[in-house]
Ligand binder design. Structure first.
Ligand code: ZN
Ligand code: CU
Length: 476
């Protein structure tokens, strides 16, 4: 028997949250063929892992990579972290199904300029992916705000019964074409005025498909518990799993409340499938939101359409330069993007360490001065939080980015290192792995990620993408 690829002497962390064990792993035809003692086996390509860790490729459950997987299919920011699958369409914004009438409304503009939205149906998006051949696998959620922008002329109100009918129809079509579920971004002005009933009616379409509901909560500030209750109610009524996106305690007045949030999550988990994702940083990033402008913590401008030269400068500094208030400076900068240093590190750690939390980067690939989570989220959990801070064992860190994620999102035969599963693999050095991207130099590849295979194809090696582009669309 001659395999395609044989990786010898690996410290296998299989993604199931079990501790590492020593084994050789053989891959053929894109799948893991054998795991065990394969000293007599031969392969076309043989690699000595030399005791480094071999794990399932990481699943980035929270991305805004919708259009970048097509426009820049080599996907270096993700591949260089060991990510082999991205889930797009989060926070209520998706590239499909979308038919724009004008400029993309905030925050859909995070996904790219108007010209990037050319997928009236999910099947059009899938077809474009097939042509682009991205380096990573892609699974897609349908964004509530995207549906609203398709069917409503004014996003500052709740949808009418006929608009809801139109949205349901389009959601049903997309689920039929392979979408994983529905995402909302209820905190954003473009969806905030949608009442709970509007979302309940849409979520009703998920039931028959066994799809899931993910949500950027209506509030991550003081009313966060009320917002969590709304999310759980929607999930219970539709009888579908609920994922709270980037769970956090936002705003200085909210710090220290993570035990309450996690207790609420645990309570809901007793009767219902719920979970959350989070990124390993105490700063958030999105479009510049006037409601979040404050002098209680630092805010950095990452991009600004009218003032592109302000990218990378603090709002405080810009306001000083112009001799205006923070809020007036923010108004002049819009449309713009920002990093908000609005969380407490202790809350971040508690949420990260909780057994119901998964890792999602929430990276913004179109941002010229992106939050470092785009390039650093996964290695930061492995290096900084697991190895250096000792927040959890390495196999638990891996579980939060592989096995748990695949199970929650229904990604079949992925997320674990098992015979017969797809060969999405990452080889890394547990002593060296670390995030290099930081808030000053955010676009830097991690260290210690030595090899990444996607569907059995070696796609990243020795610090560079090697041209392997074997990602596929993963339908529900
Ligand atoms: Zn979000
Ligand atoms: Cu997001």
């Amino acid at each position: 028997m001659r395999y395609d690829t044989l990786i010898r002497n690996a410290h296998v962390i299989d993604g199931s949250n079990a501790p590492a064990y020593r084994a050789d792993v053989a891959v053929s035809g894109g799948r893991i063929e054998r795991i065990g003692d394969l000293r007599d086996a031969r392969a076309t390509t043989e690699i000595d892992a030399g005791g480094r860790v071999l794990a399932p490729g990481f699943i980035d459950v929270h991305t805004h990579d919708d259009t970048v997987v097509i426009r820049q299919p080599q996907m270096l920011p993700k591949l260089s972290q060991g990510v082999t699958t991205v889930i797009v369409g989060n926070c209520g914004i998706s590239a499909s199904p979308v038919t724009l009438r004008g400029e993309p409304p905030d925050p859909m503009n995070l996904l790219g300029p108007r010209g990037a939205f050319v997928y009236p149906r999910l099947r059009d998006y899938r077809a474009a992916l097939e042509v682009a051949r991205p380096a990573v696998n892609v699974a897609a959620l349908v964004g509530h705000t995207a549906l609203r922008s398709n069917h409503m002329d004014d996003l500052q109100r709740t949808a009418s019964p006929s608009e809801i009918r139109g949205m349901r129809q389009q959601l049903r079509e997309s689920l039929d074409e392979g979408a994983l579920g529905l995402s909302t971004g209820l905190a954003y002005a473009s969806a905030f005025n949608a009442d709970t009933d509007e979302v309940l009616q849409l979520a009703a379409e998920l039931t028959a498909f066994g799809a899931l509901y993910t949500t950027h909560l209506r509030s991550e500030f003081e009313p966060v518990l009320v917002a969590m209750d709304e999310a759980f109610l929607i999930g219970r009524q539709a009888q579908v799993p609920v994922i709270i996106s980037h769970l956090k305690c936002a705003g200085a007045g909210n710090w220290g409340r993570s035990p309450q949030l996690l207790a609420a999550l645990e309570q809901a988990a007793k009767t219902h499938a719920v979970g959350c994702d989070c990124y390993p940083y105490a700063a958030s990033s999105s479009t510049l939101d006037l409601k979040q402008v404050t002098d209680a913590f630092r805010i950095t401008i990452t991009w600004s359409t009218p003032h592109p030269s302000m990218s990378g400068r603090d709002l405080q500094e810009i306001a000083g330069l112009w001799g205006v208030s923070l809020i007036d400076a923010a108004k002049r900068l819009q449309p713009a993007g920002a990093v908000y240093y609005g969380m407490d590190e202790r809350d971040v750690r508690r949420i990260l360490a909780h057994p119901l939390s998964m890792i999602g980067s929430d990276g913004l690939p179109d941002d010229p001065f992106p939050h470092p989570r785009l390039w650093g989220a996964f290695p930061r959990v492995l290096g900084h939080f697991s190895r250096d801070a000792g927040l959890f064992p390495l196999h638990t860190a891996v579980h939060k980015m592989t096995g748990l994620s695949a199970r929650r999102f229904g990604l079949k035969e992925r997320g674990e290192l098992r015979e017969g599963y797809w060969a999405d693999l990452v080889l890394f050095d547990p002593e060296r792995v670390r995030d290099v991207a930081d808030f000053s130099y955010p676009q830097q590849a991690a260290e210690g990620i030595d090899g990444v295979w996607v569907n059995g194809v070696l796609s990243y090696q020795q610090g560079r993408a090697n041209g392997g582009r074997a990602g596929v669309f993963l339908p529900r």
